[in-house]
Every structure is written in structure tokens, then in C-alpha cells.
Design a binder for this molecule. Structure first.
Ligand SMILES: NC(=O)C1=CN([C@@H]2O[C@H](COP(=O)(O)OP(=O)(O)OC[C@H]3O[C@@H](n4cnc5c(N)ncnc54)[C@H](OP(=O)(O)O)[C@@H]3O)[C@@H](O)[C@H]2O)C=CC1
Ligand SMILES: Nc1nc2c(c(=O)[nH]1)N=C([C@H](O)[C@@H](O)CO)CN2
Length: 238
């Protein structure tokens, strides 16, 4: 029986990099399932382009379980899962350290871990290798003096890449994409932007297209798994 192509799931796709990746995959002809937490202007664009929008707040365990139940009862196959949802939280005097670490581990480790375990059997159908892509961060290797829990959770997420690559082969490829600065945030002032640009050899902030290109490359590959692709302008050599 002919199936319609299996959809690609991307978490946290209502804005910025996730939105750009979802738009590109829709333009490539994929059916895309996009989770979102807050109402963002990009959602209207995605809906108009034919995306399936799924409201999902992963902050609490019940939100993760509710999403997994929805996914498993409304879909039977997936072409890929892109774990993009993330919170870039810095340590602060006003937030207990335990809360910061719990929140970082939840969104960057619990969510991908639980969704991958629950939905791995949905990937790799129709003799097409499935893909899991974890959006990590270059700080996974070197840490961060201002985002300690965030960096540790991204390192754990990359470790999940290594484990799931072994567990799910050969039907599913599992890889990390580790950006450094791809997009500024609205509140970043000129001084911050100038300082951040100087942190890489190429001294640029390329925008989400670098992540779009890399997702397309991984989806097209038949031989990359358990690897991390760094998008950092040569920051590691500065
Ligand atoms: N932007 C950059 O330069 C870099 C990005 N990265 C990584 O690339 C990925 C994309 O980055 P970017 O586009 O800036 O990401 P964002 O900071 O825009 O976050 C993406 C989305 O994640 C959602 N999200 C956060 N917490 C939760 C939650 N508890 N439940 C559900 N959704 C949640 C947010 O929802 P809401 O809209 O409700 O806030 C947001 O829309 C991330 O994994 C990031 O760590 C790594 C290095 C550099
Ligand atoms: N979820 C997010 N993670 C990260 C963001 C972001 O905006 N949201 N931004 C960065 C910075 O660009 C950093 O790489 C600059 O050095 C990191 N992670």
C-alpha cells in the first residue's frame, strides 16, 4: 500500500532557527510537524505552508507525556525528529541553582531522551533511514562560565547522540549539530554583538541558513551517524 511520505517532527519551531528549518523542509516538500509553546508570528506562516502545528509545553513531565501520547495516537511513522526546543538560561542570583539545572536538564535531556525512546519505532519505515538530530552547542566541549547548567545539559544531549546512534543503527542515523553564534537575540546591544563577532575567525553571525543547510545535509546522507557538525566560524581556533 502506497504511503504518503512520513513527516518530520521539529520541536520548538515557532521562531528563529526552528522556524527557518521548518519552512525550508516544507519548501523541500516534506510534511512537517512543529511543536510550539507560545503563540508566535511564525506560526501563521507555518500553517499557511501546510505544517501541522502541535501545542506542547515540555516544562512539566505531564506535558512531555501528553505530547508523546498525541504523537503516537495520531501518527504511525516519522522521517526524522529534530530536537530544537531549548532555553538559554544563565545562572542568576535570583534563581536557585537546583531550579536552573533541573530546567536545563529537562528541556535538553529529558525531552529528547523520552521522545526518542518512545518514538524510535516510528523512524526508518519504507526502507528509508530515519534521522534524529540534536541541536546542541559548541559549549558542550568547553563549558561556559555564565551558562554552566545549559552547557552541561548540551554535553549530555550530545552524549545521547552517541548512545542513540549505537542503539538505533542501522535503521536510524543520530547526529548533533553544534552551533556557536548563529542568531543574535533582540536584546543584544551593539557592544555585545561586536564582542561576540570577534570570538570566531570568520567574525560573522550567519543567521539560521547555516542550520538549514546542515539539516538538509544530514537528511541526505546515508553514512553519517554518531557525529557532531560544528557551525562556529572557526571559534575553536581563536
Ligand atoms: N541561536 C543561536 O545562535 C544558537 C542556537 N543554538 C541552539 O540551536 C537551537 C535553536 O536556537 P534558537 O532558535 O535560538 O532557539 P530559541 O531560544 O528561539 O528556542 C527555540 C524554542 O524552544 C522553545 N522552548 C523552550 N523551552 C520550552 C519548553 N519548556 N517547552 C516547549 N518549548 C520550549 C521556545 O518556545 P517559546 O517560543 O515559548 O519561548 C522557543 O520557541 C537551540 O537548541 C539552541 O540551543 C546553539 C548555539 C547558538
Ligand atoms: N535556546 C537558545 N540557545 C542559545 C541561544 C539562543 O538564543 N537560544 N543563543 C546562543 C548564543 O548565540 C551564543 O552561542 C553566543 O555565543 C547560544 N545558545
Amino acid at each position: 500500500m502506497e504511503h504518503s511520505p512520513a513527516p518530520i517532527l521539529i520541536t520548538g519551531g515557532a521562531q528563529r532557527i526552528g522556524l527557518a528549518v521548518a519552512e525550508a523542509l516544507l519548501a523541500d516538500g516534506h510534511h512537517v510537524l512543529v511543536t510550539y509553546r507560545s503563540q508566535r508570528p511564525g506560526l501563521a506562516t507555518l500553517k499557511a505552508a501546510g505544517a501541522t502545528l502541535i501545542e506542547a509545553d515540555f516544562t512539566e513531565q505531564q506535558g512531555i507525556e501528553r505530547f508523546i501520547h498525541y504523537l503516537k495516537t495520531h501518527h504511525d511513522r516519522l522521517r526524522a525528529i529534530i530536537h530544537n526546543a531549548s532555553d538559554w538560561e544563565a545562572e542568576s542570583e535570583s534563581t536557585p541553582a537546583a531550579q536552573t539545572m533541573a530546567r536545563m536538564l529537562n528541556i535538553h535531556v529529558q525531552v529528547p531522551y523520552q521522545i526518542n525512546l518512545a518514538c524510535a519505532d516510528m523512524l526508518g519505515a519504507d526502507n528509508i533511514k530515519g534521522d534524529i538530530i540534536h541541536m546542541t552547542d559548541g559549549v558542550q566541549d568547553k563549558g561556559s562560565a555564565k551558562h554552566l547548567a545549559y552547557a552541561a545539559s548540551k554535553a549530555a544531549l550530545h552524549n545521547l547522540t552517541l548512545s542513540f546512534a549505537q542503539r538505533l543503527a542501522p535503521a536510524v542515523k543520530v547526529n548533533s549539530i553544534a552551533p556557536a553564534l548563529l542568531m543574535f537575540n533582540e536584546g543584544d546591544d551593539e557592544a555585545y554583538r561586536a564582542k561576540a563577532l570577534k570570538k570566531s575567525l570568520l567574525e560573522t553571525c550567519p543567521g539560521p541558513s547555516e542550520a538549514v543547510n546542515t539539516v538538509r545535509y544530514l537528511l541526505a546522507s546515508d553514512y553519517i551517524t554518531g557525529r557532531c557538525l560544528y557551525l562556529d566560524g572557526g571559534r575553536h581556533l581563536k
